[in-house]
Each structure stands twice: as C-alpha cells, then as structure tokens.
Write a protein that binds this ligand. Sequence first.
Ligand code: CP
Ligand code: NVA
Length: 301
Amino acid sequence: MKHLLKLLDLSREEIISILDLADQLKYETKHHIPHKHLEGKTLGMIFQKSSTRTRVSFETGMFQLGGHALFLSSKDLQIGRGEPIQDTARVLSRYVDGIMIRTFEQKEVEDLAKFGSIPVINGLTDFCHPCQVLADLMTIREKLGGFEGVKMCYIGDGNNMSNSLIVGGLKVGMSVSVATPKNYKPDSEVLEFAAQYGDKFSLVTDPFEAASGADVVFTDTWASMGQEEEKNERMQAFQGYQVNAELMAVAKPGAMVQHCLPAYRGQEITEEIFEAHADEIFEEAENRLHAQKAVMVKLMK
Ligand code: CP
Ligand code: NVA
C-alpha cells in the first residue's frame, strides 16, 4: 500500500491490518505508552474545504507519533491562484514526507499521487471519504466484536460517505443495504463494484426496507460541502429519509447509529436518536484519530 486514495484500491487484508494497528495505537494512547513511529517526519495537510475532525485528528495524531503536521489552506497556497497540482505535488514531495488532501475532485487526489513521490492520503473528496470509513469500521468491530453476519444500512444521500461505506462494508464481509431517493444514488463505479457481492448488497428507495433488521444504521448530511446552492431542493428530495424513532423501530433491537458528523438535527437525524446514540457517534469521531494514525504509520514509517 503506497497511498490511501480510495477504499476500492485496498484489499480486505490491508483494511483489517489498518484496523488491527488502529486498535493497538488506541490502547497505547489510552495507556500513555509512547509510539513515536514518525519522529522527524512532516505531513502536509491541504484543505480546499472546511474541517473540524479531519484537521484536528491528523494534526494531533502526527504530534502523538512524534512528527509534525502543516495546515495548508488552499486559500493561502498558490493552488488557489492556479498553480497546477502536478507542480504542487513535485514541490511538496521535496519538503514533506506525506500529504493529506481534502478537495472536490477525486482526480486531484489521484494526480497528487501520480506526480508526487510521497504517500498521499485522501481526507475527503466528492467521491469518497476513506479515512472516515476506516474509523467507522473500527467502531463497528469494537462494539459488535466482528463483521461476520452484521447488516449495515445507509439512509440518505448517495454521496462520498455512502460510496466509501458500501466498498468498506462489503470488503470486510458485512451485508450492506442502502436507501436513497432515485436521483441521488451512489456512484456508478461503486454500484458496479457492489454488484459482484450478489444479495449481500441492496440499493432501494424505501428507507424502511434498507433498515429492516439492520445492526448498524448510518446517515449523513443531505447537502454536502460544495452543494450549498442545492440545499432547498435537497431538503425536499430527502423528506422521508430521516433516521428517527420510527425507522429505528424496524432495525434490530439495540442497533447502533453512526454519523460521520457534522450532523443536522431535524434533517437527516432527529435530536432524540442522535442523543440516544451520542456515545457511539463520538466514539466513531474519536476513532478517526486512531485509524488515521494507523494509516500514517503504514504509509510513512
Ligand atoms: N467527518 C469529518 O470528516 O468531519 P470534518 O469535516 O469536521 O473533518
Ligand atoms: N458528505 C459530507 C461529509 C462531511 C464529513 C460532505 O462531503 O460534506
């Protein structure tokens, strides 16, 4: 594994080995056992979109690993004034030991990896959010003990989160069912990938059908970063796709709820369900730190 560009590139074994290392690093962090695997190394973090979790968890994670992280806002970089990604990749490769990038187009992340000579980590694109889903898989395994026989569902927009959850969930062996309105389906490349899993995958428009008997219920915002102008139209299109008490009643009793955050209460999830599952949701947020530290150690040590 040279980069983390999308989960489609990773084998099941690579994913599990990241999760195993993440568990170990979480234990070491909690018990104050030093784990400075990246002493003297620097991570450059390019952000073309806002972030709370990704920025703070990468920066803190790098510090805990003995390294250093640089926050590079695209507003201040020459990228913002038109310097091509090919040149940015070649320049940064001469200064830092790894790059994390959050941007719009997946192609930009792929190009950074293609033209640079250091590991590249995708911190969210319009296509996918692999770091988030590694943390999600870690949280599910932590709570449920494994993936065998686990049914995961995703309700809402067929966005970056749905794309990565489908790929990650299927690769580790869960059943995955997704409900989206018909004009908001997951990416076709992801649906093609999922097709090889037969009845372990289903895409429907009825959220109750997708959530029926689920062990884990996922949702995400109805309007992702970059879609602000579509907000009103989307609020209409996603009526009926809310994770609420009615929907949870058809899931398995005691089912987990996961949300990558930020959450919009009263839209994709009710306040009641969010707060009832807050411990799981914030554990999921914490696990970003541990999962990404594992990714950085794997790629940059
Ligand atoms: N879940 C997530 O990636 O959060 P941020 O946008 O705050 O980084
Ligand atoms: N789908 C959301 C995820 C935020 C972490 C977005 O892209 O804005």
